[in-house]
Design a protein around this ligand. Structure first.
Ligand code: ADP
Ligand code: MG
Length: 418
């Protein structure tokens, strides 16, 4: 199987970005910045409900090599697409452009009607736009982007790209971003400029990642508590199974689930579904079933039980007798809830999860928004080959595209490398 990206691989990715920059733009970059993708270990579709999540940054990242320019032009080259976007930073503000009067304090995350750039370019240009709106002195820059995060696999290639771009722009323009500012403004860029209504999970994971730790995040308070997650000491690992089914297919599904949660919260008279306690769930479920229908009640049940599972998972991690089977059990419960109550799984994800567990994994679940993308399995190293072979064989038997496997290694968050 593909080995994880070790320090040598980071060095070669950085070297590749430097050489790519030189070829594309001429001259040496002023620096190289990196921002990782993530897997969410547990706590899915809770981040836009003010709830709890438990992601970790992984050792796959977007690398940005950049240099300042004397003018106000921003040029961004995406190596994987071999495409460049070029525009004036002055076109991102002022009359007759994609100007928006929202400042950084605004909580309005609705999309811009006419962004100056769309498609992939909406992500980096959105970052420049949002930083300017927030009053940061963004200067002209050449940026070369190259990523090792698979795109559209539910591993947050978009947040990696946004965070790497933001740090590179800050670095070459000579201003600092706190980790919280980095997460907040990149999420705003994705929501407002790229028009994707994601919660804070992805950008916070990429910004706050820590070597060897998962991040317990309370998305209401913004508190981030790194939690040691040393699976190597248990002779185990978290295996990513990329189903190769793009989650694009479910784009409306995401917005639909989000709207359903907001409607249920409003109906129950709470700010967000996070405010429904587990012990109040039976009553709330009955109320929503009658008032809005059973589908809404099942969406509610997923969110409330998932928040509880995140807290249970963290309690197990903190327990002196840390053991893997109860963690795997919570992952299985999470997957069943996402499949049956929230209805965001896909046949490929269900097959990956069921097969991995039948072949000896402690537990498995879909990770990310669903409708495709990746599953993760908690496996002892001793059964790694069996699990991988069984999933590969099951996919072949069903006529599905061959999945990709790699270990998720808890890694550092967005940072300057050179
Ligand atoms: P993911 O789960 O990978 O974040 P998204 O749909 O949120 O999936 O984001 C994927 C999109 O982000 C791509 O379609 C593309 O527009 C942009 N993107 C991600 N990585 C790159 C990259 N390396 N180069 C150019 N665009 C990228
Ligand atoms: Mg994304």
């Amino acid at each position: 199987m593909a080995v994880s990206l070790d320090t040598g691989s980071v060095a070669s990715a950085v070297d590749g970005a430097r050489r790519g920059f030189l070829e594309r733009f001429g001259g040496e970059p002023a620096g190289v910045w990196a921002a990782p993708g993530r897997v969410n270990v547990i706590g899915e579709h809770t981040d836009y409900n003010d709830g709890f999540v438990l992601p970790m940054a992984i050792d796959r990242a977007c690398y940005a090599a950049a240099a300042p320019r004397a003018d106000r032009i921003l040029r961004v080259y995406a190596a994987q697409l071999d495409e460049t976007v070029e525009l004036s930073l002055d076109a991102l503000v002022g009359p007759g452009s994609a100007a928006d009067t929202r400042d950084a304090a605004s909580t309005d995350m609705s999309p811009l009607a006419e962004p100056a750039a769309g498609g992939w370019a909406g992500y980096p240009v959105g970052v420049a736009w949002v930083l300017q709106q927030a009053g940061f002195p963004v200067g002209g820059a050449d940026v070369y982007l190259s990523s090792t995060v698979p795109v559209g696999s539910g591993l947050s290639s978009s947040a990696a790209l946004e965070c790497a771009t933001a740090l590179a722009l800050a670095g070459v323009s000579g201003f600092e971003l706190t980790t919280h500012e980095l997460a907040l403004h990149t999420q705003r860029a994705e929501n407002i400029y790229a028009g994707v209504p994601c919660g804070p999970l992805d950008q916070m994971s990429s910004a706050f990642g820590q070597d060897g730790s998962v991040l317990f995040i309370d998305t209401r308070s913004g508190e981030v508590r790194p939690q040691p997650f040393d699976l190597a000491a248990e002779d185990a690992l978290l295996l990513v199974i990329d189903t190769r089914v793009s989650h694009d297919h479910g784009e409306n599904g995401y917005a639909d689930r989000r709207a359903a949660c907001e409607r249920a919260a409003e109906f129950l008279g709470v700010r967000a579904l996070r405010d429904i306690a587990l012990e109040d769930l039976p009553e709330a479920f009955a109320k929503v079933s009658v008032g809005l229908g059973e589908t809404y009640a099942r969406r509610l049940r997923h969110v409330v039980t998932e928040d509880a599972r995140v807290q249970q998972f963290v309690a197990i991690l903190n327990h002196e007798q840390f053991s893997l089977p109860p963690l795997g059990h919570r992952m299985m419960q999470s997957h069943a809830s996402l499949r049956d109550d929230y209805e965001v799984s896909a046949p490929e994800l269900d097959l990956a999860v069921a097969t991995a567990v039948a072949a000896g994994a402690h537990g498995a679940r879909m990770t990310g928004g669903g409708f495709g993308g990746s599953a993760i399995a908690l496996v002892d190293r001793a059964v790694l080959e069996e699990v991988r072979d069984a999933v590969r064989a099951a996919f072949a038997e069903h006529g599905y595209t061959e999945p990709q496997f790699f270990p998720a290694v808890a890694s550092a968050g967005a940072r300057r490398i050179v």
